[in-house]
Each structure stands twice: as C-alpha cells, then as structure tokens.
Design a protein around this ligand. Sequence first.
Ligand code: ATP
Ligand code: MG
Length: 788
Amino acid sequence: MSGFDEDDAFEQGARASLAARAMAARPAPYLDDLNPAQRQAVERLDGPVLMLAGAGTGKTKALTTRIAHLLNTGRAQPNEILAVTFTNKAAREMKTRVGRLLGETVEGMPWLGTFHALCVKILRRHAELVDLKSSFTILDTDDQIRLMKQVIAAANIDEKRWPARQLAGLIDHWKNRAWTPGKVPASEASAFNHRGAELYAAYQTRLRELNAVDFGDLLLHVLTIFQTHEDVLARYQRWFRYILVDEYQDTNVAQYMWLRLLAQGHRNICCVGDDDQSIYGWRGAEVGNILRFEKDFPGATVVRLEQNYRSTPHILGAASGVIAANESRLGKTLWTDMPEGEKLRLIGHWDGEEEARWVGEEIEAMQGGTRGLRPFSLDEIAILVRASHQMRAFEDRFLTIGLPYRVIGGPRFYERMEIRDAMAYFRLVISPDDDLAFERVVNTPKRGLGDKAQQKIQITARANGVALAEGAGLLLQEGGLTGKGAKALAELLDGIARWREMARTGEMPHTELAQVILDESGYTAMWQADTSPEAAGRLENLKELVKALEGFENLQGFLEHVALIMDNETEAEEPKVSIMTLHAAKGLEFPAVFLPGWEDGLFPSQRSMDEQGLKGVEEERRLAYVGITRARELCTVSFAANRRVFGQWQSALPSRFIDELPEDHVEVLTPPGLYGGGFGAAGVVPASTLEDRASEANVYNSPGWRRMQSRAGQRPVSQPRESRSQVIDLDAVSSFGQGDRVFHKKFGYGHVTGIEGDKLEIAFEKAGLKKVVARFVVAADRADDVPF
Ligand code: ATP
Ligand code: MG
C-alpha cells in the first residue's frame, strides 16, 4: 500500500478488530522516554490535540513519538498519516526518528512533508479541476517575474515605475491569505496603482494557458479544489485518519484553511507550536491560528509542556528574560533540571572583522577545551546570523584559518547569484578574455541582448578567433546588430574599457572602482528596482562584497583570493561548524551557539522596525528567543561597535535585546585586544576616520556598553579620543626606513623593504611581500598601544 491511489483501502473500514487489539498489545517502550504531559499528548490519539509549549520542551519529540505510536498500535497505516513539517530537512529527520523509535525503517510515509510538497502531490491528481493538466510546471522566481513583466506590459503599464517584482510580492501576499483574484477585498484595491487585482487575474490566466503554477498556487489551487469539490475533499478527509503539524505558529491563512478543511473528517488533528517562536509574520504567518485552535476544534485537549530538556538554566533564564519584554504573548513557565552550566556569554568587539576573528579563534580553542569548558566537536557548534550578509566575514575568516564549515539553507557567500554576477563584472574588467564572465553579465541587467544577439556575438567571436567581448565589438563595427540592443552593447563595451583603464592607472581606490562598476553597469539599479523580499538582502550582500575588497590591494588580488579559497573546499564528511540564519535554525539544537551582530538596526533589523513598528520589534525579539534557545550548553552573544559599510565606518548601538538579558544569567567576556591582552583584529586607521568614529560612536554611552564595562570591572573605554589619537601618526611614513619593523592592521608584523611615494613595500611575517599604503602602517612597538 503506497498512497492514496489504493482507494479500496478506504472502504475496508472493517479493520479486523482482533488484529487491532493484537496491535494495541504490542509493547511501546518509547513511551517511557516521555514525561506525563508528553505522554498524554501521544496517547490521546483521538480528537484534536494542541501542544502549546515553549522551546525545547519536547514538542517535536512528542509529535514524532505520536506517529510511531499510531503505527505501532495499528491505528493508521503509514500512508494514512498526514504530517506537516516546515522544511524537507525536518521531514527527513522526522521519518528517521520514527524509524528509530520503532526499531525498524518506516516504509512509505508519502504524506509526511512540507505544505508545498504535499500540495504538489494532491494537485497532480486533480489538476483538471482547476483547468490545468497534471503535467503542470512549477515556475521558479525568474520565470514568474518574466511572466509578470509580460502581463504588466500587456496592460500598458510602465514596468519601470511599477516593477514586476513588486507585483510578485503583492500577489504572493494575497495567495498567502487564500485570496483568489475574485476574492481580493476592496480594501486592497489601491494596490499597484489600483490595478493589482486586475493584473493578478491576468497573471493567473496566463499561468493556466501555460499549464504552469507558481509556488503560492500549489496551496491555493488545492484549497480551491477542496472548496469547490466536496466529494474530493471528503475522500481526503476520510483518508487522512491522523493529521499532525509541527511549528503550527508559523502557518499562514491559506495553510490554516487547508488544514482545517482536511481535519473536519476524523478530527484527529494534533498541532504543536509556540507563540513565542512565531517568526514568519513578514511572510503572512498568523500566530492567531494557534491561539484560535480551541475555538476551531471545540473539546480539544490542550497540553502544555513546561519542562525544557534542551538547555541549561542559564540559557533558559536568558531567553526567558528577553522574551518577557514582548507584550503580545501568552506567557509560559519553563523550567529545567539540567545542571546549571555556563552563563550566557556576552562580548563586545570593536568591529565586525574582529568579531569574526574572535569567533574563529574561540572555536579553534573550544575543540581542545578552553576557559574550563569541555572540548567541543565542530559539528556541535553553530553560528546563527540575522542577515545572510553577516556570513561573509565568518566564511572568509574560516577559509583563511582552514576551519571547516557549512552554510545551511543557502549557498555560501561567494556562491550567491549576486556575488557571482558582480565578480563576473570585475573579472571581465581584469581579464578581457574571460568568456564565462562575459556571458554572465552581457544581459544582466537586461539590456535587450537576448539569445539571438548573444548567438551573433558567439559566431563573430568564433569566426575571428577572438574572445566574446572582442567579438562583440567586431559585431558592432560590422553593423551586425542594430537598435536598442546595439546601443546597449556599445555602452557595456565602453564601460568595460573605461573601468579597465581606471583599474590600470589606479586613479581611484579599487573599492570605489568596484562600486562604480556595479553602479554604472546598472547592476545595482537592477536590485534597487526589485521589490521582492530577497532584493534587500542581495543589495546588502553586494555592499558586503565591496567591503571585503578593502582587505586587498586591488581587484586582481581579491579575485585571486576568492579563486583560491573557493578551491579550498573541505571534504564532505569531516565535522564542520554550521552557519545559518536564525530563521533557518528553527526547531534545531546545538550544544554551542554563537549569536553575532546583536546591534540595533542589524538585529532587530531596521527594515522590520521601519515597516512594522512595535510589531516588527516583537517579531525580532521572538527571533532572539529562537536563537538563544537553540543552545544546549553554551550560548555566546556578540556585537561590534562599528561596522564598515562602503568603506565608511558606521557606529552601531548594541542591540536593545542585550539590555533585556537578565544580568544573573550573563557573563561578560573581555575581548583579547581591549585591555592589552594581545592585539585583536582591530587595525590602525587614519585619525580623521577615528574622529568620525568617536563622534558617531555614541555606543560608549549606551547602557549596554556601560554595563559591559562595569561588569567587566575594567578600565572603561570612555575616553577613546585621547588614547586613540596617541597612536595615530599620519607622518609616520617619513619616519620609516628600510628594515624598520612595522605593523599593519591586516597583514600583521613585517619589515620595510622598500619605499615608493606614499607606499611601502613590506615583507610581512605571515602574509609575505606586499605593497601597502604607508598611513595604514605603524611602528611595530606601537601596535600594542592601540586601545581597541
Ligand atoms: P522547539 O520549540 O525548539 O522546536 P521542541 O519543543 O520541539 O523545541 P524537541 O526538539 O522535541 O523540543 O526537544 C528538545 C530536546 O529535548 C531534544 O534533544 C529532545 O530529545 C529532548 N527531550 C524532549 N523530551 C524529552 C524527555 N521527555 N526526556 C528527555 N529528553 C527529552
Ligand atoms: Mg520542535
């Protein structure tokens, strides 16, 4: 029996009662691992059950055990259980765990998966009911946008003013609310220049003509089928004897309606969740769904779990302290009988690079046991960031020191689309013959150089035995391309030639040049015009890329570095540190967790505060709660007083969430470089920059920073100006001579081997021979004076 096709099984209602009794008599040793409340949730197999409980209380464990119990007692066949999880990874994990509980592999649980995966299955069976063929294609975001552009153009709307991505976001929002075109409420009528609903309808028509669906349709179409075809719904209602849902707090309206319809059959629905962990409000999740459960399913058994099995009391205390600041919450008690363990560790850094460096060093030390901790394996350690652009600093650092890591839930920084695009531009500027780079950027952003034009370029280049860029130039000369495409191509080639010349003469610092390339090529503008949810993240990644360039002498040096580190792939099976976003970490746990970048604006994110006000801050706070509660033994929160953005220092205030951490559960660590304990990653920078920093850096007056100082019981850094200016010596260049030992913020110690204008050639002890700008260098014996 493999799936729903075996309809006959439906009607075999007369399940042999003797057999059922025999099944029920089977031992259920897995029940012994549960506490009484969990056991209740597992054994109350009939009727609606809600498990509403805090993090780490064993909700997922209970849900998994419930599946095992259903199977073991013969209440349901594997294919009669509908189990919804949030990610495919979670679904696989659940299946394995059920198998482990039963001591055997579980064959065929076709209905255990994500909402999307389950809906694809249902929709393929009934596609014709929504005018599709069962072979429908699922569009990816790119196709979706392309289609929307056509729809917008067909409606005579200027796509420049009303970008397709904005429409995509809007339609997605409507689909999450289960609004088909006809159901979009009048209150939304002004959307997209008053034409949103009309374009939505046109877009759906186009999709049907193409026999295609987008992601949001998967759920919406199935919902429509259920709502309009009672017989179909009834069959599924009968088929799914038991329904189980993890992370219920993050379901959106459409998912909620879908579940509610299906559960009307046997009413055996068990949902588990935690209102404090609702973190997808921005994607349409409605925490109200979980709070409404008892109303929707009268007579529901509500189980509250209070014992946390995951974290130490200090970690739990810290997390509870933070979440207590949220006003809209049910409020729960959590306790644990774990040994007290380590306090949550808090550390402030001078800047983001120092933060990454410190985390790298700390992890290396943790492997052998440090600060009285037990040794940790890399697999036990995770770094959870608020924004994916934060990953770059860690990835770079780890690659440099050879620390194996994996990025979960997304590509690694240099593998991201926008980073590859940007680097293709840089490559083309440095190497005119780089055909792959040319192909990548020639029509990105769109320049009207589609497949045909590109083919012509290919042919010309091949015929003349030259690289594509050169071939493109020849093609233009021959007049082989006309109109808009020709103009755009000429512009691109001119741009490349101009940037190349700028790179050659070095008339502009390479970081600025990189920015110029991205701006003049129209690449930045492409993402600025894009209003999809990922666009802002991509722009931030691009900024992060430009920032990364600062550590290099020129574009070429940077490209070589990236080529080398990308080559430096670590073997698959060795233990690795996990890096992921807080969102991707939902439901997971790690013995040791690092939570970097706790700065206002980054976390809580400025965007979320701007767009949602207090509601946004509360969602961010839940994210902080999710982050802390991922840790079993060790949780380290850090922030940087400064981040470099576009080569400019920006000071940041420690996150407001830091001040919400209860003092009793927090230990403040002192960064190694701060009080003379060795020079950290901070570098020497021009005095003017420092002045800027100091005046912006009201961080020293913030409560979080002051508290750190007083707790650490150390000399406060509250007089940064004098102490810093002492070590800044802009004239230092004149005082250096051949053979002098010097210090550079990036490359460390070395000896001067040559002087050329304002540049010094230095043989660095670790980094080898390099030419660097003299003002970034201080005499070696002064490096230790640097107060940060
Ligand atoms: P989250 O809210 O983060 O999703 P959760 O409530 O789903 O957490 P689980 O992941 O199920 O919690 O469990 C947390 C940890 O506690 C797991 O390591 C699990 O094995 C353990 N655990 C759960 N219940 C028990 C129990 N009764 N006895 C011992 N360990 C338990
Ligand atoms: Mg869970």
